[in-house]
Design a protein around this ligand. Structure first.
Ligand code: FMN
Length: 439
């Protein structure tokens, strides 16, 4: 008997919500963003609703709009260690850069987290594209898109070898015989490459999941090929079902071409649902958030997306054209998101004001306002028509919009037989239906 396909839900925790103005909204948490209880509260709510995982993003530099928007957060690996103790079942995914981290340090930290969380950790693999990050690590300029991915590829070879450098049964811990480790249970790595020279082995036994779950979010051509080789869960920004379907089909095919099973790559587009008891109520919340947004903060963020391109000369209220933007293949930052933004401009002929209002919702992820039934319908439709395996849920305001999703939308998904009513697994691999890699 084959199991029915199961919907997967990740909760993306960021700021006091994904709407740029969420931090000022009365429904947002009163806790400071430096208070671990804020993250623990969100994670426990997600766990009570049986989400597969929570996810924390990261950047290695301060945004230049911090005067008017919270652009600070606690370091993800540290937060995940704390959340490991505050939760028992939910998966815990954190971002860490391959551009500005030594593979040995990262392998050790994530192996530690896998032990601490008893097999619930995932690593969001990023290449750092922020120009301000480069300047914090001795690079005068941003590392180019191609060079970042080349370094990331070698990084994967090294960390994988380190996680596999201990056999699963290497530790004997035999106190009477005085033998801690089995002979032959540990082996060196001896990696020598253009970017890294790492002898190994790791100084830590293999974690419960073998390796952390590999998560990735690049959607450029290079990013998709990288995901097809390595990613077990993929985050992606898709503004329409048709582009989501094309992305889904392409990535599954690319993974199969790499010799992997399509089921071992879980694809999760972002979804920021603005939910109200009625459509009018949902629209009211959307309007309240829009009224709290500052277009100049949005303009700065847009500039950051396009590698610092100057948009200050563009008037707010004339329809934009693709020519108002630099060509995506000249952008060294997050390339695929620039394509998403230009695609939106081409389709909808938005003014700059309208574009900034949309991007304020969830930075280029799909935003939709509606009743719980309408949101559940959308989720079911995308899931059943080859657009996704689930969603990266991005509530506009924490905790209010998360609570509404958990209380109103998830029960509908359960009634339709789409979503679990209790956890059936103990590890993140188990929740996502992913195999445990052999050493
Ligand atoms: C949901 C989501 C979360 C992301 N989180 C981060 C992050 O925390 N840090 C980061 O540097 N990039 C993050 N990114 C960007 C991607 O990792 C990637 O760098 C970006 O999409 C550019 O890759 P590309 O040029 O292949 O499209 C995220 C992207 C998505 C869709």
């Amino acid at each position: 008997m084959t199991m029915p396909r199961e919907l997967h839900l990740n909760l993306f925790i960021q700021s006091r919500g994904h709407h740029e103005a969420s931090w000022r909204h009365p429904a947002a948490s009163s806790l400071p963003l430096t208070d671990i209880n804020y993250y623990a509260d969100c994670a426990r709510r997600a766990e009570a609703a049986c989400f597969d995982s929570i996810f924390l993003a990261d950047q290695l530099g301060l945004g230049d709009d911090v005067a008017h928007a919270p652009r600070t957060w606690l370091e993800p690996i540290t937060v995940l260690a704390a959340l490991s103790a505050a939760t028992t079942r939910i998966g815990l995914i954190g971002t860490c850069s391959t551009t500005y981290t030594e593979p040995f340090n990262l392998a050790r930290q994530f192996a530690s987290l896998d032990h601490i969380s008893a097999g619930r950790v995932g690593w969001n693999i990023v290449t750092s594209w922020l120009a301000t990050a480069a300047r914090n690590f001795g690079d005068a300029a941003q590392v180019s898109h191609a060079a970042r991915y080349a370094r990331a590829e070698e990084f994967m070879a090294v960390v994988t070898a380190l996680w596999d450098s201990w056999a699963d049964d290497a530790v004997l811990d035999d106190r009477s015989a005085g033998r801690y480790v089995r002979p032959g249970g540990i082996h060196a790595v001896n990696h020598v490459g253009p970017h890294y020279q790492v002898a190994g082995p790791l100084n830590l036994p293999r974690g419960p999941q073998g390796r952390p779950v590999f998560v990735q979010a690049g959607s450029s051509e290079t990013g998709k090929r990288f995901a097809a080789r390595h990613a077990e869960a993929v985050f992606t920004a898709q503004m329409e079902k048709v582009t989501a379907q094309a992305f889904y089909a392409e990535l599954k095919a690319l993974a199969e071409a790499e010799g992997r099973a399509a089921s071992q790559v879980v694809i999760l587009p972002g979804l920021s649902p603005v939910i109200g008891g009625t459509e009018a109520e949902a629209q009211r919340l959307a309007r309240e958030l829009a009224d709290l947004s500052d277009p100049e903060v949005g303009r700065k963020r847009l500039s950051g997306r396009f590698g610092g391109h100057d948009f200050s000369h563009l008037p707010m209220d004339r329809p934009l054209a693709p020519e108002d933007f630099p060509a995506p293949d000249t952008v060294e930052a997050a390339r695929s998101r620039t394509e998403v933004i230009i695609g939106l401009v081409r389709r909808e002929r938005l003014t700059l004001r309208q574009l900034l209002a949309y991007l304020a919702g969830a930075r280029g992820h799909f935003v939709t306002a509606g009743t719980p039934e309408q949101i559940a319908d959308l989720i079911e439709d995308w899931f059943n028509t080859g657009a996704c395996d689930g969603f990266n849920v991005m509530p506009p305001v924490f905790p209010a919009a998360l609570a509404v999703f958990a209380d109103e939308v998830i029960p509908l998904l359960r009634r339709r037989g789409l979503f679990r009513t209790a956890y059936r697994a103990d590890t993140l691999r188990g929740h996502y239906g992913l195999a445990r890699p052999a050493a």
